[in-house]
Design a binder for this molecule. Structure first.
Ligand SMILES: [Cu+2]
Length: 156
């Protein structure tokens, strides 16, 4: 093989690799425009379901829809909303939650929250629980939720 042909082949191989990696990048799941702040869990004793709170911020130019969440530490993670009905606080399931472009939604005591139940291992204050938020566009965001005692009012 002469030197010129070798260089030509090498250049072609390089171009090929670039094309292949560009294709792999395009096939990767959608990158989320969301980031999450102040994620924490209010821990309760006796293996009771725990509530997860966070501020979900959409840095993008279009609305994103939160459709659910999951965690390796809990068998079930649901999206709930606390409501006051005739003086009684109740919780209802929420199918999805929209976060407007350049807006945010807070999961906070008395309102939206993640309900984490069926802990797969003992979870205690001081732990950090990984939670993945799932969005309608196929993107997902993993967040570490700081586990706080039952009387805590926030993560800080
Ligand atoms: Cu709940």
């Amino acid at each position: 093989m002469n030197d010129r042909l070798f260089k030509l082949l090498r250049a072609m191989a390089c171009a090929c690799l670039i094309t292949a990696s560009a294709a792999a990048f395009a096939a990767a799941p959608a990158k989320s425009s969301v980031h999450v702040e102040h994620a924490w869990i209010r821990w309760l004793p006796a293996n009771l379901p725990a509530a997860g709170y966070a501020k979900i911020v959409n840095d993008g130019d279009s609305t994103v829809r939160l459709t659910g969440a999951s965690s390796p530490d809990y068998g079930e993670v649901m999206l709930h909303q606390s409501r006051l009905a005739e003086g009684d606080s109740t919780m209802v399931m929420v199918a999805h939650l929209d976060i407007l472009a350049h807006g945010s939604v807070s999961l906070a005591p008395g309102g939206y929250h993640l309900m984490l139940s069926h802990a797969k291992q003992p979870v205690k204050p001081g732990d950090t629980v990984p939670v993945t938020l799932h969005f309608a566009d196929g993107a997902s965001v993993q967040v570490g939720f700081k586990v706080m005692p039952a009387n805590a009012t926030g993560p800080g």
